[in-house]
Design a protein around this ligand. Sequence first.
Ligand code: CP
Ligand code: NVA
Length: 346
Amino acid sequence: MDLRDGIGHGIGREQEQGERQHRPEATTLAPPAATPVPFGILHPRPAMPKRDFLNIRDFSRAELLALLDLAARMKRGDYEERPLEGKSVALIFAKSSTRTRVSFEVGVRQLGGHPVFLSARDIQLGRGEPIRDMARVLSRYVDAIMIRTFAQADVEELARYASVPVINGLTDFSHPCQILADLLTAREAFGGMDGRVAAWVGDGNNMCHSWIEAAGALGFELRVAAPEGYDPDPAVVAAARQATTVTLVRSPAEAVAGAHVVNTDVWASMGQEAEQQVRERAFAGFIVDDALMRRAAPDAIFLHCLPAHRGEEVAESVLEGPQSRVWDQAENRLHAQKALLAMLTG
Ligand code: CP
Ligand code: NVA
């Protein structure tokens, strides 16, 4: 199966043709003028519109499942292709990272490519160079761009002006790469999310949004328990509810009852450090501890994107306990993102 089948067709973000043309590739292949050249050799196949991965909803159910299949194949060592051979991927970070940075750097290398780490502080972006200018310049050098930053609108602008695929490595709004790894981890535990129930306990944040989008895309039930004032974006919930059941409750026990995946995250995300104390008060009672896990399905797994704050959102005994899959989940960032890169750039 060509994994690019179905990729690049009909995904609904507006095309800006002038900005999005693929770069010419075949000029050095030009033969002597007298030699007749069949169409298709001198001119490579028409460039397909590039694809970005800015949110889980950018991929259909079929595409997500194909990506997870490929990631599983890569994980078991049944993949020897090097789709990034001779290619470079820019990795832009305006926020801290351990997992995202290392898994992308290593993943790009394993696919034959060259990762270019860029701290937003050190490039001209940090001195106010417009994103649309950086997008067009980087597109002349690299074959894909991954960015971790604050505003989702900045990632959308980058994607609009770049002629190469753009990947969201976390914004305040969403963290789709992490959810690919989470879904791969659930696939390892249950074969997939079909017929399973996921619970989100905590902030209605970037991670929560991407889980809601995953529920909508794949059609599994999701229950979110967040304190008042920390609900997820109603538009994200409404969109997913067109395809599946998303329940918002105030009680972690209610959300977790019988659930197969129990998921949480820090109470104060990157950029919200000043709110730590206010949030600690608001989230009192939202710790995932052994008592809460006992309410879940007997074979339930616990997920946390990490970094974790032991004793705040999760008890040490749960994080390190038999139902925890957090280390597999972290490893799966590598496999899931390699599959993503292969599908977007291969
Ligand atoms: N889960 C995650 O994205 O981790 P990092 O912040 O370390 O990249
Ligand atoms: N919600 C967290 C996730 C970290 C991977 C944050 O944005 O800081």
